[in-house]
Design a protein. Sequence first.
Length: 290
Amino acid sequence: MGGKPWSITAGLFCVVGEFLFSAAAHILKGVKVKRLAAVLTLSVAMLGMGAAPAYAMHIAEGILPLPWAGAWYLVALPFVVYGVREMRRKSLDMPAYLPLIGMVSAAVFIISAMPIPVPTAGTCSHPAGTGLAAIIIGPFATVIATSVALLIQALFLAHGGITTWGADIMSMGIVGAFSGFFVFKLLVRLKAPLTVAAFFAGVLSDWATYTTTALELALGLGGVQGFPGMFKAILIAFIPTQLPIGILEGFAAAGFFAFMLSRRPDILVKLGIIDQAPQTGKGISYEQAV
């Protein structure tokens, strides 16, 4: 699909952050539905002012057969349910947790709305941002942030779809978040510098997302018998764009993490990502980690 996605993306930048956080806060704290509806209505009205054609990304509406689409919903559902419970629990211990999730959600929305055409596949690639998000707010909260971002993109940007929402959550929200999170934790355990761990978390999270997308498409379009050939073809089609995008996302994750280590290590301490100050004899000095 042709168009100018940046005209609508720019208009969404301010709206999405406020809506995502407001929606999460209202749902988790049990505020009346009318207030949430008011926020949504205002957001929709503002979105309509700058609407423009957009590139199609994620797995589009109607691509997957309904049995496969339903299966991915069932796989994603437990992660979403537990993610909501985890957000509620952590927000009670750390009041700033929900605003942080709102900012991360907006970042995931914007990052994953940057289309890069894939000439050999007739679709688009894009960075995801879920690897870094999982390091900062945790993988389950990242599943929720990604789910909301994907839903808004499907409804207002024609990126993805409602029937394929579960599959998109699975690839970008679940596999992307958990692969990045576990890579980061593994490398830290192996005494790698934190920024190096963040780099590889960003890279492998991105590549794992698109490997899973290729798997979902191959199963849905090729079936079990045609899966091997279809999976190989789709994966190869993504390589020219997603290989460099993954590397760039790794550098972005490492750079942002280095910024937080040097400027706001107290946030990382509160989130349990690094330990207390090095003068106590515990943990890693963030100067040394950089």
